[in-house]
Design a binder for this molecule. Structure first.
Ligand code: PLP
Length: 427
């Protein structure tokens, strides 16, 4: 039995399913999750010493790759200055100013510790601001695990076949309306019927939790127009896409100005920092200025904020997003060709440093398309790749990520491994 298997057996005694977040389990692909103990650059090493090229990157944050020396130096200094004060700090102002500069729709921003908190708070704020109760979300989008948003969600909920969670009273989700992604006509109908009751619409403009599914420009702009028309709050969840698909996030790609934005992952540079922010008039409704309550013991933690702030500074290097986009392009084109050469139905797509790989004949545009993925074939491919030292997300419903230190050499080695894996699927 290898050490990963041993640890997995031991983990399951003390931790439900052996993991602290379900997406880390290998349940849909089988086998033991890998227990990592070191990471550097584009690589992670597990407890057996095996090296993996990492295409999960802690589910998105590590856009600079692992162990960036400037981030680590700044974090070490911050640790020496004190782990947490529970008071205001200048660092919080600095990161807030940086966020405002990079994402101009954000006039005022509050830091939290997870994307879940950002989503929960943004929804509460939208309801408090409008005095309405209903929110619209889209099937396959995941906005964290707060009760009101755990309806037909993506990510681990899809992977394990429970898109709506047990333990969430119906009374709490009665006011959550779930519509089809990329279906502006359905959205318009819903607004016509219920417009004066809708507090807000929450959306991943580039969906990353039902694999990667890009919103069509028509759909994203319809959300903006309808929210404006009916006085609802448009919330763009950029926890995954923020500073990942472009420096200004998905909203800059679509040229859309949301009322509120959620940030996470990259904004914390690998530490627990997330945020929600937007129009000042709306943000001023939050305590202590307004009646919408929101708080957090470790919100704006100085060590975590330091990692985020340094990361935000480093991603502004000229050419950063051109380079990371070229990396995604090289990877997805290489994988597609390797699959086609072996007659495997496979497609891929990318947006900045984020990509989708699909065991499908065509790139999906809707949740229903993704559901047709060949997960058996994917599971076999996934394990071949893992054996070859390439770590992709263990589910057909997750997006993938590259970092700025995924060199052409790393990508080409991965493509070569994938070519062998596709060939063995054919055999
Ligand atoms: N929103 C999106 C788009 C996400 O991808 C995630 C997590 O993957 C979340 C929200 C929740 O963030 P967290 O896991 O930090 O609570």
């Amino acid at each position: 039995m290898n050490r990963n298997d041993e640890l997995f057996e031991r983990a399951q005694i003390s931790i439900p399913g052996g993991v602290n977040s379900p997406v880390r389990a290998f349940r849909s692909v089988g086998g033991s999750p890998r227990f990592m103990n070191r990471a550097q650059g584009p690589y992670m090493w597990d407890v057996t010493g095996k090296r993996y090229a990492d295409y999960i990157l802690s589910w998105g944050p590590m856009i600079l790759g692992h162990g960036n020396p400037e981030v680590l130096r700044a974090v070490h200094e911050a640790v020496d200055a004190g782990l947490t004060f529970g008071t205001a700090t200048e660092l919080e102002i600095q990161i807030a100013e940086e966020i405002r500069r990079l994402v101009p729709s954000i006039e005022s921003v509050r830091l939290v510790s997870s994307g879940t908190e950002a989503g929960m708070s943004a929804i509460r704020l939208a309801c408090g601001y409008t005095g309405r109760n209903k929110i619209i979300k889209f099937e396959g989008c995941y906005h964290g695990h707060s009760d009101r948003l755990l309806v037909k969600a993506g990510s681990g909920m899809l992977t394990f076949g429970h898109p709506s969670s047990a333990g969430v009273p119906a009374g709490i989700t009665n006011d959550t309306i779930v519509l089809e992604y990329n279906n502006p006509a359905q959205l318009e109908e819903t607004f016509k019927e219920l417009g004066d009751q809708i507090a807000g619409v929450i959306v991943e403009a580039v969906g990353g939790n039902m694999n990667m599914v890009k919103g069509t420009p028509e759909f994203i702009h319809a959300i903006r127009d309808l929210c404006t028309k009916y006085g609802a709050v448009m919330i763009v969840d950029e926890v995954m896409t923020g500073f990942r698909v472009a420096l200004g996030g998905a909203q800059s790609v679509y040229g859309v100005t949301p009322d509120l934005t959620m940030l996470g992952k990259v904004v914390g540079g690998g530490m627990p920092v997330s945020a929600f922010g937007g129009r000042r008039e709306i943000m001023n409704q939050i305590a202590p200025l307004g009646p919408v309550y929101q708080a957090g013991t470790l919100s704006g933690n100085p060590v975590a904020v330091t990692a985020g702030l340094k990361t935000l500074q480093l991603i502004q290097e000229p050419g950063f997003y051109d380079r990371i986009t070229a990396t995604s392009k090289r990877l997805t084109e290489g994988l597609t060709k390797a699959a086609a050469d072996n007659g495997i139905p496979f497609t891929a797509d990318y947006c900045g440093g984020m990509f989708g790989i699909y065991f499908l004949p065509e790139v999906p545009h809707r949740f229903a398309d993704v559901m047709k993925s060949d997960d058996k074939l994917f599971g076999r491919w996934f394990h071949q790749m893992l054996d070859a030292g390439c770590y992709f997300a263990p589910s057909v419903f997750e997006a993938g990520f590259v970092s700025i230190v995924h060199t052409d050499e790393v990508i080409d080695q991965t493509i070569a491994a994938a070519r062998d894996a596709f060939a063995s699927l054919r055999a």
